[in-house]
Design a protein around this ligand. Structure first.
Ligand code: PLP
Length: 406
């Protein structure tokens, strides 16, 4: 039985007040709060176990290296990936996707080659491909979502043509909560010999992930949404794709030997990890992922499904609330506007006065906002510590907004 009160007690920040009201934190899609175990592990690392990794021969350097390198195995276990050497540490999804763009995609794409994307994507899975369009004449082919916000995998597969070199899709929209059947997309793409990059920034936070079941080539995650520290993250890259990649950033750690005339690179994954990494951040990520695995991602998913169902039932009673995206099986992420003159920023300001933290704006997804025909929305994104009572507090505050702005 998932005990949400017990889970909440693990997160110190949840007991604080904001504007004189108990905090209702519904901005998890932007960044999640951290459990005490993560905070304490990071403090312990700085207080007792800190030194630079990989290079030192002394005790603390070896200890820090051991702690840091162990996280590769934890990430692999979390993603059910067979080999920790396929995990490249990053500062988050943005860096992971840029790595693929520079190190894998750029050298193998000519003018007129295509990348298939969905309109649901976050800018992190758009702008690195725009770079290739600007610099190399690569063509971006966009697949539209359906009216309910879902993405038809067959439409993505049908968009693959003879010049398609990559499909890049999100597993879950950070705006509508749409869950994308990335495994179906990967099956279709594989049959056509086209690699797939999956943006797991939201997907990995809300349900169990199994890389072998998805069948993708690249899978990026970001630590701060996974209840870990900001500046932590990883990308899983299939061995075969890693072997095709040139290095991205150059510097220490990613080399085996440097002379005045030549450089010999380290083996992957270190070939793609230049310079001093986020040592303590990645250690914190490892603890966060262990925490999630101990809770059980199936249990987290079931809890969040209850929150989603409760929220959808309550929202249905508010006929002036326009919720974007109602696709079956969607995550507990709700973007909405209120009929009338209230801007999303006005709504979020009123909610903030009630201690409720939501996001307002374009959510780094401008092509999707354009598709939806809105300039901005409010977004309430739920996490593993939220409760149905918090849904009710949100609804109460929205009713106040309606009164104020009607
Ligand atoms: N992709 C999606 C779907 C996201 O929601 C986000 C963050 O909001 C990102 C990518 C980018 O993650 P980060 O800023 O941590 O690199």
């Amino acid at each position: 039985m998932y005990d949400v009160a017990k889970v909440r007690a693990d997160f110190p920040i949840l007991s604080r007040e904001v504007n004189g009201k108990p905090l209702v934190y519904l901005d998890n899609g932007a960044s999640a709060q951290k459990p005490r175990v993560v905070i304490e592990a990071m403090t312990r690392a700085y207080e007792h176990e800190y030194a630079n990794v990989h290079r030192g021969l002394h005790y603390l350097s070896n200890l820090a290296t051991e702690r840091y390198e162990a996280v590769r195995g934890i990430v692999a276990r979390f993603l059910r990936a067979p080999d920790p050497e396929e995990i490249v540490f990053t500062t988050g999804t943005t860096e992971g996707i840029n790595l693929v763009s520079y190190a894998w995609a750029s050298p193998r794409m000519q003018a007129g080659d295509e990348i298939v994307l969905s309109v649901l994507e976050h800018h992190a899975n758009i702008v690195p491909w725009h770079f290739l369009r600007e610099r190399q004449g690569v063509v971006l082919k966009w697949v539209e979502p359906e009216a309910d916000g879902s993405l038809d995998p067959q439409k993505v597969i049908d968009a693959i043509g003879p010049r398609t070199k990559l499909v890049a899709v999100t597993q879950m929209s950070n705006v509508t909560g749409t869950l994308v059947d990335v495994a179906a997309i990967c099956r279709g793409a594989r049959a056509r010999g086209v690699p797939v990059l999956v943006d797991g920034s939201q997907g990995a936070v809300h349900r169990p992930v199994s890389i072998p079941d998805i069948g993708c080539d690249f899978y990026a995650i970001t630590g701060h949404k996974l209840y870990g520290p900001s500046g932590s993250g990883a990308i899983w890259i299939a061995k075969a794709r890693m072997a095709e990649m040139r290095p991205f950033l150059g510097g220490g750690d990613m080399i085996r030997e440097v002379t005045r005339d030549a450089v010999c690179y380290n083996d992957p994954p270190m070939k793609f990890e230049a310079g001093t990494p986020g040592i303590v951040q990645q250690i914190g990520l490892g603890v966060a992922l262990e925490y999630l695995m101990a809770l059980g991602m199936e249990n987290v998913a079931a809890h969040e499904a209850r929150l989603r169902d409760h929220a959808m039932a309550r929202f249905r009673g508010l006929n002036w609330l326009n919720v974007q995206g109602t696709a079956p099986g969607k995550g507990a992420i709700f973007s909405f506007t209120i009929e009338g003159p209230a801007h999303a920023h006005d709504i979020s300001t009123v909610l903030d006065k009630k201690g409720i933290a939501v996001r307002a704006g374009t959510h780094c997804a401008m092509p999707l906002m354009d598709h939806l025909g809105v300039t901005a929305t409010c977004r309430a994104s739920f996490g593993l510590y939220n409760t149905t009572e918090e849904v009710d507090r949100l609804v109460e505050a929205l009713e106040l907004c309606r009164e104020l702005f009607a």
